[in-house]
Every structure is written in C-alpha cells, then in structure tokens.
Design a protein around this ligand. Structure first.
Ligand code: ZN
Length: 93
C-alpha cells in the first residue's frame, strides 16, 4: 500500500500534523484535505507514493526516528497508528 506524507498548509496545526505525518492509503482513497485530529488544512507533500514493501529503508523504526507518525485508515475518518510516537488512533466520531 502506498505511503503518503501530509503536512499542514497554514499556521493551524496540532502535535500530530505539525511535523507532518504519514498515511498508508489505497490508491483509490480520496486524499485528506484536513487533519483527522485538529481539522487543520493539510496537503500531500509527496506526490509520488512510496510502496512500503519495496523500500526497506522506510520501515517502522525509521519512521519513528525521523519523528514521523505513520497511520493507516481503518474506517472512514478513522486512522490507526502503525509507527511512530503519536497517539494510537486519530479520528472524529
Ligand atoms: Zn492536526
């Protein structure tokens, strides 16, 4: 599954999106336009997706060392952490 990196586009941000975060998404998933945690406007900052399994340098340990938190989508608007130091779940109920 491709990994996309997101970062806030403006001044508004929270501890999750301030430094950017990564999200495992299917190609068919609609890109996020707001942070799942704080609703700040965000955008994809890497246009060409990396394929996780083809890039051994981008495993979970490296994600955490770089200061990113990586999530994958578990349901509409809900995200589960797969790597890093951020909260275990993001989402709005
Ligand atoms: Zn945020």
């Amino acid at each position: 599954m491709p990994i996309y990196q997101y970062a806030p586009t403006g001044d508004q941000h929270c501890s999750i999106c301030a430094e950017g975060f990564e999200l495992l998404e299917r190609l068919s998933d609609t890109p996020l336009d707001q942070c799942p945690a704080c609703k700040a406007p965000i955008r994809r900052v890497i246009s060409a997706p990396r394929i996780n399994t083809l890039n051994p340098n981008m495993n979970a340990d490296n994600v955490a060392k770089k200061g990113f938190t990586q999530y994958r989508r578990i349901a509409k608007g809900q995200y589960e952490k797969t790597a890093g130091n951020g909260p275990d779940f993001l989402g709005c109920d």
